[in-house]
Design a protein around this ligand. Structure first.
Ligand SMILES: [Zn+2]
Length: 90
């Protein structure tokens, strides 16, 4: 039985304490800067970024939907971008 690299990954956050979210990718457009474990930096603009291959070392990655939430003041949020009002409470 082969061992999956994905099964051995370590996620560095405390799910009950650290603010975070999970993106459910729906094939929508994305613009992203990527830094690989090899140190290579790359950029992608496009759709369907579920898996990537590093253009520097050819390593493959699944694009995790986990996102970090960084707390800011109301003033900082409103000055920098449109603030999404989340309509759904789970
Ligand atoms: Zn790489």
């Amino acid at each position: 039985m082969s061992e999956s690299l994905k099964d051995n990954r370590v996620i560095h956050f405390l799910p009950d304490d650290d603010p975070h979210g999970w993106i459910q990718w729906k094939g929508t457009d994305v613009c992203v800067d990527i830094r690989c474990s090899c140190g290579g930096v790359s950029h992608y603009d496009g759709d369907f970024m579920y898996y990537i291959q590093c253009p520097h070392c050819n390593k493959f990655y699944e694009v995790n939907g986990h996102i970090e939430l960084i707390e800011v003041s109301k003033k900082e949020a409103e000055e920098n971008s449109y603030v999404v009002k989340i309509p759904e409470i789970m």
